[in-house]
Design a protein around this ligand. Structure first.
Ligand code: NDP
Ligand code: 8X3
Length: 250
């Protein structure tokens, strides 16, 4: 069987890692990306009896590394059918006047420019093949700004604008483009946001947050629709969450 090839950024943790496991169950060949090679190796070892895996180690902020990594793919992995632009994080939670410039750079560079660089490296072959599917992982923060979310929310609003632009530009080539936008998902997201401060553990206390596997199953649903069906924009919350600031806790 000629199975599809998916490239997942941010595959070392959380939503990206769970998506790798979900896709592997369905025999999709995987290109797993991230900066922590030890984790990529461990995931490859666990999944290689289910599907073919190739790992790429690069920082999505570094455009040369991104282009070089994609260019270096062996022939068997070079025709990417599915791109999951997932790598991203929040850095800090501050009012805009107290915001840290390094945090702003990190979020803009990873969440916005990273999506652009990786897409730019992969889209030409999709265009030439007149086939492909790009899913950008946005957020409920891309639909609604919450207190102290300022720059993170701006990056996720940008991801949604980029998704809409891509869908228009890819339309003549039959390439599907859509966004999956989760609310609160229990991953390493808050550990990164709060830089190891124990208050990260409180974010998912007192209610059942979405689990990475929940989002991975949704991503698989999106990529497994018939050819004529494109899920353009999907918002998913845990049941306890009504919007960014309304969460029913015990
Ligand atoms: P995690 O922190 O668990 O995973 C983030 C992933 O991004 C890691 O695999 C990390 O890999 C990768 N990454 C981070 N920075 C870079 C970089 N500079 N270059 C390459 N890879 C990088 O978080 P989540 O799984 O929660 O986040 C995944 C996506 O989901 C993000 O875009 C996030 O904004 C979004 N999201 C998360 C929600 C949540 O509540 N958790 C809700 C809505 C959206 P490594 O460090 O190995 O490079
Ligand atoms: C992650 C969800 O609400 O923590 O994008 O910003 S939130």
């Amino acid at each position: 069987m000629n199975s599809k090839i998916a490239l997942i950024t941010g595959a070392t943790s959380g939503i990206g890692k769970a998506t790798a496991y979900e896709f592997a169950k369905h025999n999709i060949k995987l290109i797993l990306c991230g900066r922590r090679q030890d984790r990529l190796d461990a995931i490859q070892k666990e999944l290689e009896n289910l599907t073919d895996i190739y790992t790429l180690n690069f920082d999505v902020r570094d455009k040369k590394s991104v282009l070089h990594a994609i260019d270096s793919l062996p022939e068997a992995f070079s025709n990417i059918n599915i791109l999951i632009n997932n790598a991203g994080n929040a850095h800090g939670l501050d009012t805009i006047q107290d915001g840290d410039l390094e945090d702003w750079d990190a979020m803009m560079d990873i969440n916005v420019k990273g999506v652009l660089y990786v897409s730019k490296a992969i889209m030409p072959k999709m265009v030439a093949n007149k086939s492909g599917h790009i899913i950008n992982i946005g957020s409920s923060a891309g639909k609604e700004v919450y207190p102290k979310g300022n720059v993170y929310c701006a990056t996720k609003h940008a991801v949604l604008a980029i998704t809409e632009g891509m869908r228009i530009d890819m339309n003549p080539y039959g390439i599907k483009v859509g966004a999956v936008n989760p609310g609160l998902v229990e991953t390493e997201f808050s550990k990164v946001r709060f830089k190891g401060d124990p208050k990260a553990d409180l974010v998912y206390k007192g209610f059942k947050a979405l689990q990475p596997q929940d989002v991975a199953e949704i991503i698989y649903f999106v990529i497994s629709r018939p050819h004529h069906v494109n899920i353009a924009d999907l918002l998913v919350f845990p049941t306890a969450q009504a919007n960014s600031t309304t969460v029913k806790k015990d």
